[in-house]
Ligand binder design. Structure first.
Ligand code: AOF
Ligand code: ZN
Length: 370
């Protein structure tokens, strides 16, 4: 199963909206087939492993990091492929949370007389697909918020100067979080201040995440770099409109200024009007919209206003913090506007998930306690 998980991980940047899945076929204590799911629309991990094993799959045990599917999606059901190939035992790390599968894959294997076990290395398998599980079980993506800050939690000077707080290695590390995400999300404040591109650079990937800007008043300048970035030459297989296709730009707004919207659309952006009761963009509805579009993991790279709004609304799952060994002082800008808390009960509690050095900086991954 550990080997199957390593195989699954090879799909980290490419499988979405599908989960990352790996499969190892073993017969007489020898690996006779292995496979991993590359991208949606292509064969599942099981099918690739079965093709490699050929006749040797007969009487083999299959180790799969997710329950074999039981439905006709873009590809036919894997449980049928196992039955047809004569596999005698299937060990799955966990059930598929997709309601179209949800235990039926395992049940069908059992009904066919195949020995089935479930739960081996389950938590590691779940971590690998944390976004897929979030989308399937609660209808919103897994939301990470990346913040580069000084040791005293400051992200920029009072005058806005922020280039660069974290070091080169940390900035490179951020590219990996972007590459595994289906969408990178920011606010119009960051676009106006930094004019970011929010694409994946300097690492190899065949897919660019969707770029999402929350812009309640449509202040997006028509010459913003994000609107003019050409698709990456390595990408391009996904059709326009498909999640991640060419790093498409999606602007959520609260105003329906038809002239501005059509100017943005002419530049290739998609504009979605999604106001809440206060005339701001409805944050929960944005995440639900992204989930419906197939987004498993979303990376927030925004300023303190949007970070604070998302945190207060309970919409952030995980913080990815790069702590630079420096102090910027209490006049500098903070990481998230939470407003004044008057009771300690109002604080947002976290759990450390991972701490490591990245270049000269410290990287802390912390999860918001729910
Ligand atoms: C598996 N093995 O390698 C993967 C599975 O549209 P399809 O046919 O690709 O089906 C996608 C669904 O299949 C996906 O939502 C998830 O439930 C399951 N993914 N299942 O047996 C795999 N990637
Ligand atoms: Zn399948």
């Amino acid at each position: 199963m550990a080997q199957a998980l390593q195989l699954a991980e090879r799909g980290l940047y490419t499988t979405s909206p599908n989960p990352r899945v790996g499969c190892v076929l073993v017969r007489d204590d020898k690996v006779v087939g292995e496979g991993w799911h590359h991208r949606a629309g292509e064969p599942h991990a099981e099918v690739i492993a079965l093709r490699m094993a050929g006749e040797l799959a007969r009487a083999a045990t299959a180790y799969v990091t997710l329950e074999p599917c039981s439905h006709h999606g873009r590809t036919p059901p894997c449980h049928d492929a196992f039955i047809a190939a004569g596999v005698v035992r299937v060990v799955a790390a966990g059930q598929d949370p997709n309601p179209k599968v949800a235990g039926q894959g395992l049940a069908k294997l059992r009904a066919a007389g195949i020995e089935v076990e479930c739960g081996l290395m389950e938590s590691a398998a779940r971590e690998l697909n944390i976004g897929f599980f979030a989308r399937m079980t609660r209808g919103t993506p897994w939301v990470r918020c990346k913040i580069a800050m000084s040791l005293d939690g400051r992200t920029a000077l009072k005058n806005g100067a922020s280039k660069w707080i974290s070091g080169e290695a940390a900035r490179q590390d951020v590219q990996c979080w972007r590459a595994r995400s289906c969408a990178v999300l920011t606010g119009i404040g960051t676009v106006l201040a930094d004019d970011p591109q929010l694409n994946v650079r300097d690492i190899e990937t065949s897919r660019q995440p969707l770029r999402v800007v929350l812009d309640s008043q449509l202040r997006m300048p028509l010459n913003a770099r994000i609107l003019h970035l050409l698709p990456s030459p390595s990408g391009g297989e996904l059709a326009r409109g498909q999640v991640g296709g060419e790093g498409e730009v999606l602007i959520f707004t609260a105003t329906s200024d038809a002239k501005k919207i059509s100017a943005l659309e002419k530049l290739g952006a998609r504009v979605i009007v999604l106001p809440d009761a206060n005339g701001r963009v409805d944050l929960t509805a944005v995440l639900q919209h992204l989930a419906v579009s197939g987004c498993n993991e979303v990376l927030v790279e925004a300023g303190s206003a949007l970070n604070g709004a998302l945190l207060r609304a309970g919409l952030i799952d995980e913080l990815v913090l790069y702590l630079a060994p420096q102090l910027l002082g209490d006049m500098a800008r903070g990481m998230a506007q939470l407003g004044e808390l008057t009771l300690l009960e109002q604080r947002i509690e976290l759990e450390w998930q991972d701490v490591r050095n990245v270049g000269k900086d410290l990287r802390i991954v912390a999860r918001v306690k729910k």
